[in-house]
Design a protein around this ligand. Structure first.
Ligand code: FMN
Length: 454
């Protein structure tokens, strides 16, 4: 079979993820692999339409497509995201239609599921028959059993594609249209609030709805806002070099270090405004989030209020809603809500924007912070473990986690350990166990009941 391999890492063949593909290539040599390093070539692909068409032509001649990339910020790296954006309006779907596709990724398993859901949905948008992908931990390949599993995966994919076996379609198409939003001019509210509020957007002249929504929000919001359009600042792609993990400073000489330290960290609230492109936001936003990696795994947005103004069919992309929750919950941002323009009635959108503004102010005044769900709790535990064991790489993270007592492993709780040591052997005695269990629920409830009465 002829297989087109799209790699997404900015490190191309020197990347972790490429080694997983390399293993499959060596083990299954009876196929022709045509490799395109999208992560490093995206500039050329963007600038040279003939080159893009040549790539699309390669796919037309192929039997299958393999996406090979590291998971970055719960999705694909910015370069690959941009490539996908170039494919969709270029009628690439004709070339991709009915090809088999799958993905091989490496990561720390932190929200790898949202990334796989994304590439799955995109593959189906391109008309491909998608076989669920392989999500490896970055160093799995060192283990013999993991290599065996990888090979089994590769063989199964080749068999499915070679025999043209049927596969399930999982995601419905996204109908891109949302009603036009135009609100009669709303009253300008005095900007008397004392807070530092940052408004980040990637609005372009094409994003009419987003422009009007932003305008209504800013008019209504009773606090001064620092407004930054991330299209107007110098922002180069992340190189995945990991140098920032030592001291939290990015080696790239552009505006990100300043934006992070002087605008994001001091802010009391951050509002993100964006338009949906395919099943995510724009590639520019993805680039911004990839560069946010200089923050490492530190929940540096804790205590800040946040909000999202999104133009586009968010209801049809629940994966994106979840991804935003992964972001806010992991980094500690207190999300006061997401407003979209998916309503026919402009007044309703305006009301939602005004309500969001009110909630953000309430949050600022009272320090509102809801408990995280599984996403935040689970995400933080994964990060805690990584940071504990990788002090020599993620040095800045380790410092931060130690300082903020975030290494909160259960085995650090001496009292619980002691109780475990005493009570576990006693529980093996039937008489003790029966007595203990009879009063157990009441004992657990008693302090809660007392708290509720206070
Ligand atoms: C900018 C950036 C963002 C990352 N985001 C995630 C993430 O969201 N989830 C995760 O599990 N790992 C994340 N990682 C870790 C990488 O996925 C992992 O190190 C991967 O193996 C790198 O592969 P590569 O060498 O092929 O680029 C991130 C790494 C970088 C540099």
């Amino acid at each position: 079979m002829k297989i087109v391999v799209f790699t997404g890492s900015p490190k191309a063949e020197a990347s972790n993820t490429f080694q997983y593909f390399r293993y499959i290539q060596r083990q299954l040599p009876n196929h022709h692999y045509s490799i395109i390093h999208v992560g490093v070539e995206i500039g050329k692909i963007e600038a040279d339409k003939d080159y893009l068409n040549k790539i699309i032509g390669e796919v037309k001649k192929a039997d299958a497509v393999l996406w090979v990339y590291p998971i970055t910020y719960f999705l694909v790296p910015a370069g690959l995201k941009r490539f996908i954006e170039l494919l969709l309006p270029n009628k690439a779907a004709d070339a991709f239609a009915n090809k088999y596709a799958t993905a091989i990724t490496t990561s720390m398993h932190l929200f790898d599921h949202t990334s796989h859901a994304y590439i799955h949905g995109i593959s189906e948008d391109l008309g491909m028959r998608y076989v669920p992908g392989y999500s490896a931990q970055f160093n799995d390949i060192i283990e013999e059993e993991q290599r065996r599993q990888l090979l089994l995966f590769g063989q199964e994919f080749m068999t499915t594609a070679g025999r043209k076996l049927p596969v399930e379609r999982v995601y419905g198409p996204v109908a891109a249209k949302v009603p036009a939003y135009r609100q009669a001019e709303t009253r300008m509210v005095g900007k008397t609030g004392p807070f530092k509020v940052l408004f980040l957007t990637d609005e372009t002249p094409n994003d009419k709805n987003l422009g009007y929504m932003t305008d209504v929000f800013l008019r209504h919001f009773p606090n001064r806002v620092e407004f930054i359009n991330i299209n107007d600042i110098r922002l180069a792609p992340c190189k995945n070099c990991l140098h920032c993990t030592y001291d939290g400073v990015c080696v790239i000489d552009d505006d990100m270090n300043f934006l992070y330290r002087e605008r994001i960290l001091p802010a009391d609230a951050i509002i993100y405004a964006a338009t949906i492109h395919d099943r995510y936001l724009s590639a520019r936003w993805k680039l911004f989030f990839d560069r946010f990696f200089l923050n490492g795994h530190r929940p540096v947005l804790t205590g800040k209020q946040g909000g999202f103004i999104i133009s586009g069919p968010l209801r049809q992309v629940p994966n994106l809603r979840q991804l935003l929750a992964c972001f806010t919950e992991t980094f500690g941002l207190s999300s006061r809500g997401i407003v979209t323009d998916e309503y026919k009635e402009a007044d309703h959108v305006t009301g939602l924007l005004q309500a969001l503004s009110g909630r953000i102010m309430e949050g600022l005044e009272h320090g509102v912070h809801r408990p995280p769900s599984f996403l935040g709790v689970g995400g933080k535990k994964i990060l805690r473990d990584i940071n504990f064991f990788t002090r020599f790489i993620f040095t800045e993270n380790h410092r931060y986690y130690a300082k903020h007592s975030l290494f909160d492993f259960p085995h650090n709780q001496r009292m619980m350990r002691l109780m475990g040591r005493i009570i576990v052997p006693l529980m093996n005695i039937e008489g003790f166990r029966k007595k203990f269990q009879a009063g157990m629920n009441e004992k657990m409830l008693a302090p809660l009941r007392k708290a509720a009465e206070e």
